[in-house]
Design a protein around this ligand. Structure first.
Ligand code: GLN
Length: 550
């Protein structure tokens, strides 16, 4: 590699050991938040070892939510944590998979760019990874690079090797290794076990990486003697063994890590001087979350109800909406299929607000429509997101606008009233080009993706929420509101409150004779933050609180 580091940006590499799901993403985001609280600028990158080029085509059951950035990247859900905890804005360059790295190397090989050389894991794949990482060089004070998976995974080896090399390229004052591991408490023995951590650090050492800081996930605080023991076996100083204790709310993680001195250690090791951190906003936030004065129950009807990870950002946005209204938001997930048979309708009665989230495919569709009918007729606050908005249009068309059999062509190709349909072409303001699609288009990367502008009509719920004439929100869908039926639906009472600036794409619909009924074609959950709750979630929760019966 011949690129010279800028000597401006310092890199923190975070690896994980023992097992997955220890919360590496949250740890990375929290470290970013602490560094920002000391006045530094940060960015992030997630390196995912799997072979898919991006997670766009992956099943959210397996992988969790697909997060979308302004520039239309379909990314890992950790991008959501990064954006929610800091001011960093994520984009294509902030998430790489093995697949994307290999793809680019193979394309270069096909173009003959390697001049007849043998293309190998080292240096070609590792160089490609290093190039991806070094794109962030010079842009911020600190770049936090999270390596997905667990140390020891075969797939992860090229990434581990690349960051090992980067330490040499960047130098000690410009690179830092943090390893997140598990220190389990064995109830039957009443003991805390350090062996898994020792083994996982040995695994890292075998790859040539000595961690500088260990963050230990644990149920019980680690005392000094345990920290000393871990330090001794893993070649780190006892003060660099950080307890990452289980917390009540994920927004407490920055505070707990700060108490353990993680930010001090990082600055010391990277030779950075800053003033004292301003963690007050986080203290106040956690206090608000832990001591709300109100409670509200929101029902979510979806397909992925079994796996909450599939609705990560949505879940967080509802919590943020609660923060804005001094309320604890209880979520009740109802499987849409159970609503189809009618057996779960009673459960809806216990909810103060009903939300139908985004989704793909036809499973449980009629159940979701029943939930919408219930919300509309009983004046329960309703929020439809993407698919939820499309189904609200279908429901309205069928019941109010007398379009019997109305549907989205995603669900019924033969419907006499295709109120939601596959848009074959549209004008992309950002590129100034007309985008073209058809039924045979590739599944990967062919949706309407990323940020699009939307203009709001005055006197509507949307305008009341945003208090702005034009907004920008992120999209991820293939189907659209069909303008052929717009006039008829509007005459029947559907309010179109948000459209693309040229008026060709309907982005928000609502009902006038209802306390709060709104559907949006975009995904507002990708732009809500705990410190800046999204206006639509804030107002939906507010309306749901007002609707509370008891
Ligand atoms: N399946 C719908 C579409 O493709 C909605 C997608 C979504 O909810 N994200 O348009």
């Amino acid at each position: 590699m011949d690129t010279q580091p800028s000597k401006k940006t310092k890199f923190i590499f975070i690896t994980g050991g023992v097992l997955s799901s220890l919360g590496k993403g949250l740890a990375a985001a929290s470290i970013g938040a602490l560094l920002e609280s000391r006045g530094m600028t940060v960015t992030f990158q997630k390196l995912d070892p799997y072979i898919n080029v991006d997670p766009g085509t992956m099943n959210p059951f397996q992988h969790g939510e697909v997060y979308v950035t302004d520039d239309g990247a379909e990314t890992d859900l950790d991008m959501g944590h990064y954006e929610r905890y800091t001011n960093a804005v994520m984009a294509q360059k902030n998430n790489y998979t093995s697949g994307r790295i290999y793809y680019s190397v193979i394309m270069k090989e096909r173009r003959g760019e390697y001049l007849g050389g043998t293309v190998q894991m080292i240096p070609h794949i590792t160089d490609e990874i290093k190039k991806a990482v070094l794109q962030l060089d010079g842009s911020v004070d600190v770049a936090i690079i999270e390596i997905g998976g667990t140390v020891g995974d075969i797939e992860g080896l090229p990434f581990i090797e690349a960051i090992r090399q980067l330490r040499g390229d960047l130098g000690r004052e410009y690179s830092l290794f943090i390893h997140l591991t598990l220190v389990p408490y064995i109830k039957t023995a009443g003991e805390i076990k350090t062996k898994p951590t020792q083994h996982s650090v040995k695994g890292l050492l075998a790859s040539g990486i000595q961690p500088d800081i260990l963050m230990c996930r644990t149920e019980v605080p680690l005392d000094q003697s345990l920290k000393k023991k871990i330090a001794l076996f893993c070649n780190v100083e006892p003060q660099s063994v950080i307890t990452a204790i289980d917390v009540d709310t994920i927004y407490e993680v920055p505070l707990r890590l700060h108490e353990e001195g993680v930010d001090d250690r990082i600055l010391e090791k990277l030779g950075i001087w800053t003033g004292a951190p301003n963690i007050k906003p986080w203290v106040e936030l956690v206090d608000k979350i832990k001591h709300p004065h109100h409670k509200v129950t929101i029902c979510i009807t979806g397909k992925y109800v079994e796996l909450k990870e599939a609705y990560k950002s949505l879940h967080e946005s509802l919590v943020h909406g609660g923060i804005a209204n001094d309320a604890r938001v209880e979520l009740k997930y109802i499987a849409a299929e159970d609503l189809e048979t009618g057996e779960a309708i009673d459960e809806l009665k216990e909810c103060d607000g009903i939300l139908v989230p985004g989704g793909f495919g036809s499973r449980g569709m009629e159940g979701k429509i029943r939930a919408i009918t219930y919300a509309r007729e009983n004046k329960i606050p309703f929020f439809g997101i993407c698919l939820g908005m499309q189904l609200a249009v279908v429901e309205f068309a069928r019941t109010i606008a007398a379009m019997k059999g109305a549907n989205s062509t995603e669900l019924d190709q033969e419907t006499p009233f295709p109120v939601i349909y596959l848009m074959k072409e549209w004008f992309d303001f950002r590129t100034g080009k007309t985008e073209v699609r058809d039924e045979g288009s590739d599944m990967g990367g062919t949706l309407r993706l990323g940020a699009y502008p939307c203009k709001l009509a005055e006197g509507t719920l949307a305008h009341t929420a945003y208090q702005q004439a034009e907004i920008s929100e992120r999209h991820r869908h293939r189907y659209e509101f069909n303008n052929l039926f717009r006039e008829q639906l509007e005459e029947a009472g559907l309010v179109v409150s948000g459209t693309s600036p040229d008026d060709t794409l309907v982005e928000i619909v609502e009902l006038a004779d209802h306390p709060w009924f709104l559907g949006c074609q975009f995904h507002p959950e990708f732009k809500s933050k705990p410190m800046q709750p999204h206006p639509l979630f804030r107002d939906f929760i507010k309306a749901s609180l007002e609707n509370k019966k008891d």
